[in-house]
Design a protein around this ligand. Structure first.
Ligand code: PLP
Length: 408
């Protein structure tokens, strides 16, 4: 297959065509013989002769050298993700989303630097700031992502980078990303965005001024709750820095996982559309329930930052939270236990629905929970990852569980 020019085609077409180079899906005699790149399981790469071995690795992607630099299955996934991210020169793959976040931060930061981190970040990202970066003499400072002025105020001469996330983890506040990115740019910071929730289909991060776009591929890209991977996509200079650092760290992903991720990627667009529509239907229904104090879903009018979502994003996903009116943690847990169609477990972005408790109060240091304007008694939340089931069945399941909650 000829490689279509970037941006000349739509996202749906790109999801289907990206990464399917003729030489990765066929033989010299029969290029592009199969649809999907086969699983190239390889540690040793063989050289035709000693002259080729002595030439060593070329500083380009897609070059056979040694298994740690991957082979066509991994290269195809990286190339496909790069094709989906306008402005990216390349994508580095990591064995998990957390590994991508840690790897990218360590590629950017050096001893003495300060990192700014949104206060509502994914908890393991916080832990990287609390526990990993101090080992390298790097300090982290937290700020309220809903207030661009708070970010500006947190910048000091040693601040080197900012790690953003949109929406916030668990509480789903959508920040004014263009304002945060502009403030970071004005201060000369490197901007990293955890773009797992929207993916480049919903928010083309690099095009909007982000330097490094991070994703947990475990979620939407994998899409079937059976793999863990992460990615960092970037333009010229930052891509080379990420690539160099990942080679030094010896980071490599399995070709089997890369093949699964590629399979998931082909249907990511329609899955996201369906999950977004179902999530909005469930969110709207929850909003009308007397047991529910607040629905925190960026796609829902009235949710924190919904106007920013409508202005800046072209898509959402199935992940959102709601907060119960009063009650106790025990009653909330009884609600989750009463759900039949929602699994109890971490992660999201799979084909199946999940529910987990939301208790951010003990985690945050620079912003409040409950959110401003909320009744302090309304503090027990549930995060839902809406999958591909019929939304009417999910709603009926939630209706039954809310009755259990009211009786607990
Ligand atoms: C799950 C998640 C991660 C981490 O990804 P893993 O693949 O589970 O390591 C990072 N950021 C966000 C927003 C996530 O939801």
């Amino acid at each position: 297959m000829a490689k279509p020019p970037k941006n000349a085609i739509g996202d749906a077409t790109r999801l289907v065509t990206a990464g399917r180079r003729a030489e990765w899906t066929g033989t010299p005699d029969h290029p592009a013989a199969v649809v999907n790149p086969p699983v190239w399981r390889a540690s040793t790469h063989l050289y035709p002769d000693m002259a080729a071995l002595h030439r060593g690795p070329r500083p380009v992607d897609g070059d056979f050298y040694y298994g740690r630099r991957g082979a066509p299955t991994q290269w195809a996934l990286a190339e496909a993700l790069t094709a989906l991210e306008p402005g990216a020169e390349g994508t580095v793959l990591y064995p998990s989303g957390v590994a991508a976040i840690a790897g990218a931060l360590l590629a950017v930061l050096k001893p003495g630097d300060v990192l700014l981190l949104v206060d509502n970040a994914y908890q393991p990202s916080r832990t990287i700031g609390e526990k990993l970066l101090p080992q390298y003499g790097i300090e982290t400072r937290w700020f309220d992502s809903t207030d661009p002025k708070a970010m500006q105020a947190a910048i000091c001469p040693r601040t080197r980078a900012v790690l953003l996330e949109a929406p916030g983890s668990l509480t789903m506040e959508m920040p004014d990303l263009p304002a945060l990115i502009a403030a970071a740019k004005a201060a000369g910071l490197v901007t990293l965005l955890d773009n797992t929730w929207a993916s480049p289909l919903g928010f083309p991060a690099l095009e909007r001024g982000v330097d490094i776009s991070l994703m947990s591929l475990t979620k939407h890209v994998g899409g079937h709750s059976d793999l863990m991977l992460g990615s960092a996509s970037a333009g010229g200079e930052w891509y080379q820095a990420l690539r160099r650092h990942s080679h030094l760290m010896g980071t490599v992903i399995s070709p089997d996982d890369a093949a699964l991720a590629l399979r998931g990627l082909r249907t990511m667009g329609i899955r996201l559309e369906r999950c977004t529509a179902s999530a909005l239907a469930v969110a709207q229904w929850l909003e009308g329930r007397p047991e529910v104090a607040r629905v925190l879903c960026p796609m829902l009018p009235g949710s924190p930052g919904h106007d920013y979502w409508r202005r800046d994003f072209s898509g959402g996903c199935g992940l959102f939270s709601f907060v119960l009116k009063g009650g106790s943690a025990k009653a909330r847990d009884a609600l989750i236990d009463a759900l039949a169609l929602f699994g109890i477990g971490y992660s999201w972005g799979g084909f199946e629905s999940l529910a987990t408790p939301v208790d951010p109060a003990g985690i945050r240091t620079a912003s409040a929970w409950p959110l401003p304007g909320m009744d302090p008694a309304d503090r027990f939340g549930v995060r839902l990852a809406i999958g591909l089931e019929d939304p009417a069945d999910l709603i009926a399941d939630l209706a039954g569980a809310l009755t259990v909650w009211a009786q607990s």
